[in-house]
Design a protein around this ligand. Structure first.
Ligand code: ZN
Length: 418
């Protein structure tokens, strides 16, 4: 399995700094950076107040939890000892330590991977579980899928919305991780249209993951990492996907009616990209919110991205990948002629639109809001004699499994065009 997030090594740190809740420290070393992740100039470290537990036992405070650029890190020796005492066996996975002063830390990502554990976050911490996925991991199917023709799937409007009626509560983020694991196990690759800053003016929320460190945002980042590790290609879906009084994902951001000047738009696109880079993601594409863009705005995005994930509106016929040449590079426009799954009753409609694309030799490409399948994903604890967390994706009734199955019948798999 690919590992996207790895721990970073950073320079020495003044002990006095530990008394300060938030401080910045220079990053001097970073190893094993897949996808060419750039080294952040500094990492921001904050003390993480909360609880990490496993089978009712709480990690001792000596393990000094930290948020490092928003991700959870734990003092390595104390944490490993705690899990050794609880007979949690190690996997073959080798964790990359993160050194602060003389002390080694381990990310929650590496910890769970190296111990075969599944984290469940809540607002005050995280519970670790042994777990079982309720489907068979089929290495052969995964390999066979690599030989097939290509279709495109994009998971849409992924955002760190911490409100109570969010489509991304802790419970729903866990289900999104199950979806990612299922897709990864089927050998499917997909794109993730991520909105880097969630805004809700009504509720007075501006949630920037690079500024607010808490257990909710740590959960979101962990989930984004799991998506990336299981075949997800992270791209940017605007900066906030809103303006004025609208909430993220409901509003537009760019397009003809946008209140922003071209200079402000360029700044927003750059800021979105900077957030991705800061968090260690290579922003592989840009998608305008609700596809709203003008020619001038498209040219700004073309400066910063090689892939614009929507129909190139000035090209005909529609439904095919278009290439455009800027002064110094080419830009690929990837359309979604099958549109999106409109509701949970639209599976047949989607399959019909995909058939139509296929008959017309268009790109077979759709986008999907993960919440449509959450009813068909369950995460239950203590259902096995070992007390494992059982993670199930109803492959009979799930919308996404039905679409993947149809692709397989057509000898296609989901992947990316670039
Ligand atoms: Zn959107």
């Amino acid at each position: 399995m690919k590992r996207i997030w790895t721990a970073v090594g950073i320079g020495s740190l003044l002990v006095a700094g530990l008394a300060i809740l938030l401080f910045k420290t220079p990053a001097v070393q970073q190893e094993n950076l897949p996808l060419g992740k750039p080294l952040p100039d500094t990492v921001t470290v904050a003390v993480a107040m909360g609880e990490v537990s496993f089978e009712g036992s709480v990690l001792p405070p000596e393990a000094e939890m930290r948020f490092v650029d928003g991700r959870v890190f734990l003092k390595r020796s104390e944490t490993e000892q705690w899990l050794d005492e609880r007979q949690v066996e190690r996997t073959e996975f080798q964790a990359t330590p993160w050194v602060m002063g003389e002390t080694e830390y381990i990310s929650i990502n590496d910890l769970c991977e190296s111990r075969g554990l599944w984290p469940v976050f809540y607002d005050q911490g995280v519970r670790l579980y042994r777990y079982r996925l309720q489907w068979t991991e089929d290495a052969e199917a995964e390999n066979a899928a690599q030989q097939l023709g290509m279709a495109c799937l994009r998971l849409e409007d992924i955002m760190a919305d911490p409100t109570d009626d969010s489509r991304f509560t802790h419970e729903k983020l866990e289900k999104l991780r199950v979806m990612a694991r299922w897709l990864g196990d089927r050998g499917q690759e997909f794109s993730v249209a991520w909105i880097p800053i969630y805004v809700s003016p009504q509720e007075g929320i501006v949630n920037d993951l690079t500024e607010k460190f808490n257990w909710y945002n740590a959960d979101f980042l962990y989930t984004l990492d799991v998506l990336a590790e299981n075949g997800g290609h992270i791209g940017l879906h605007g900066l906030t996907h809103q303006y004025g009084e609208e909430a993220s994902a409901a509003g537009y951001e760019f397009g003809e009616d946008s209140p922003f000047s071209l200079a402000e738009m360029e700044e927003r696109i750059c800021r979105a990209k900077a957030i991705a880079v800061k968090l260690g993601y290579q922003a592989e594409f840009f998608e305008f919110p609700h596809y709203g863009m003008t020619r001038e705005q498209a040219e700004i995005a073309e400066k910063y991205f090689r892939v614009i994930y929507q129909q190139e509106p000035w090209a005909e016929p529609y439904g095919y990948v278009e290439m455009r040449q800027t002064e110094d590079h080419s830009v690929m426009y990837v359309p979604t002629p099958a549109d999106y799954v409109w509701s949970e009753y639209d599976l047949e409609g989607m399959l019909a639109r995909l058939s139509e694309s296929r008959e017309n030799d268009r790109l077979i490409s759709l986008f999907f809001h993960p919440s449509l399948d959450y009813e068909r994903i369950s995460c239950e604890e203590g259902q096995t004699p070992e007390g494992e967390r059982l993670l199930t994706y109803d492959e009979e009734c799930g919308i996404l499994p039905a679409i993947v199955k149809r692709m397989e019948q057509w000898n296609l798999r989901f992947g990316v065009m670039w």
